[in-house]
Ligand binder design. Structure first.
Ligand code: FRU
Length: 502
């Protein structure tokens, strides 16, 4: 009895310490479930006025396991509402995958003249670890699914996962890109009906390699600065380890796709091209079936890194997504590269802007007119004679996260080496993106949300996404220049939380 009382007291103390910490660090405009564990975004699809965000979810705890498809919906890609689990674990776990709207009812699962929503995902058998692709369908706008069963396997292959499926209009067929994860190859299949699949080609290994390739995507984009009417295909592939931020991360390839085979553009670099230079942008996939007349390609990532994912000090939920980002393709003298930006709808959460034009910066930190930890900040920096210019978020205990530029080595950085108490050896790092600072000028957009920063460099030519955890107390902002003088124009909007968080 006495033992039980001691245990209960200990549990209560732990829970209250954890909840105090969570109250500080829970983001307001980044999606995460109210409780439990979340990883990859799955089945991003738009239908009938709603954007769907399904995701890897463990309803039984705050660590990975028992994978289900959790579910949230939004009318604007910004305000998300959590719904009940959409696809449960059965004899197999429901691993990552895609959702599509079967407009032509090629599956025959439509009802009352309405197209079904189809989920194609990996069934993971926890006993044998065999992985194969499953189909489930919904006739109630993604609220509930009927599991049809396995539609594609590769024998007893253990690491055959993460199908991305889309309708390829020119060939009037469905296309699936799915990974032989351990072999680091992407396998392309086609199907007339989402049930019968034919293997067409393989891509890889190429670029960045790791223990596993995970969560691919394949989509066509117009080329800004390219030949008139030029479009190219982007193949994005995530790496479970060995990415630029030190752990898991994403790379992309640019090429052509004829409905069966992906071919790199001539001269595509052998070195990996990274989607993001931070540690917390992973398993990124894009929306299928964007609303008619909306040409944007929009994607979202899981803001975490497998190295420390299960150790991050948040409670009672573990895992958030990044904001939804548009992704575009630009051609310059250096070749093809991606540009990312937060979706324009995010501006609906902005409050009254604070402006600080022509701030003169030196060694003495200048306080910035930004209140609290939720802000959307635009900075134009002229590094002048300084060799480092940075802004810092400091908490009530002196823990500090810095975002800055270093013109002498042409880099933008996020430094979270002292952002909060130690919780994992893999976390306290500085992340760096290359940027040309010969002109000594750079534009940064910084989305801060209590325990995450998303930094967009020069209109999203590079991004750095990093979570940070703190000691306690309110956050304050300041700016500094080292080794000389610099100037900065700042516009900062306080950000509101999404509706469901108020
Ligand atoms: C990526 C991943 C996927 C897999 C899922 C399991 O983070 O490992 O490859 O489908 O998570 O939860």
């Amino acid at each position: 009895m006495k033992k039980l009382a001691i245990l209960l007291t200990a549990a209560a103390v732990l829970a209250s310490a954890a909840s105090a910490q969570q109250a500080d660090v829970r983001p307001g405009y980044h999606y995460g479930p109210a409780r439990n564990w979340m990883n990859d975004p799955n089945g991003l699809v738009y239908y009938d006025g709603e954007y769907h965000l399904f995701y890897q979810y463990n309803p039984h705890g705050d660590r990975w396991g028992h994978m289900n498809w959790g579910h949230a919906v939004s009318r604007d890609l910004v305000n998300w509402e959590e719904l009940p689990v959409a696809i449960p674990e059965t004899d197999v776990m429901a691993f990552s995958g895609t959702a599509v709207i079967d407009w032509n009812n090629t599956t025959g699962f439509g009802k009352n003249g309405k197209p079904p929503m189809i989920a194609i995902y990996t069934g993971h058998d926890p006993k044998t670890e065999r992985q194969s692709q499953y189909l489930a369908y919904s006739n109630d706008r993604g609220r509930t699914f009927t599991i049809h069963g396995e539609v594609l396997n590769a024998g007893n292959e253990k690491h055959f996962r993460d199908p991305k499926v889309f309708w390829h209009a020119p060939t009037r067929r469905w296309v699936m890109v799915v990974l032989k994860a351990a072999a680091n190859t992407a396998e392309i299949y086609t199907s007339p009906n989402l049930k019968d699949w034919t293997h067409r080609s393989s891509f890889g290994p190429a670029g960045g390699r790791g223990k596993f390739w995970e969560c691919p995507d394949l989509f066509e984009l117009p080329v800004e600065g390219g030949a008139p009417g030029e479009t190219r295909w982007v193949l994005s592939i995530n790496l479970g380890d060995n990415a630029i931020g030190g752990g898991s991360g994403g790379q992309y390839f640019v090429g052509d796709f004829d409905g069966e085979k992906f071919t790199l553009v001539p001269g595509w670099p052998a070195a990996p091209q990274w989607m993001d230079y931070g540690a917390d942008f992973y398993a990124t996939i894009s929306w299928n079936d964007m609303p008619k007349g909306d040409p944007r390609r929009v994607w979202m990532g899981w803001a975490n890194d497998w190295r420390y994912a299960e150790a991050i000090p948040t409670w009672p939920a573990r895992g958030i997504m990044t904001v939804a980002r548009t992704v575009a393709l630009r051609k310059t003298a250096e070749g093809y590269h991606l540009l990312q930006a937060p979706v324009r709808e995010l501006a609906t959460l902005r409050g009254t802007p604070q402006r600080a034009p022509a701030l003169a910066l030196s060694e003495t930190p200048v306080p910035l007119p930004i209140e609290g930890g939720k802000a959307d900040i635009e900075l134009e920096l002229d590094t002048g004679t300084a060799d480092q210019v940075s802004i810092a978020l400091t908490d009530g205990q002196g823990w500090q996260t810095r975002i800055g530029v270093n013109p002498t080595v042409n880099e933008v950085f996020v430094d979270r080496t002292r952002s909060g108490p130690h919780f994992h050896d893999g976390f306290a790092n500085r992340h760096v993106a290359p940027v040309d600072l010969k002109s000594r000028k750079v534009k940064l957009r910084v989305l801060a949300d209590e325990s995450i920063v998303e930094v967009f460099v020069n209109d999203g030519r590079q991004t750095i996404t990093d979570r940070f955890y703190r000691g306690g107390g309110a956050l304050t902002w300041s700016a500094t220049a080292r080794g000389g003088k610099a100037t900065m124009n700042l516009t900062a909007w306080p950000m509101r939380s999404m509706e469901s968080r108020k």
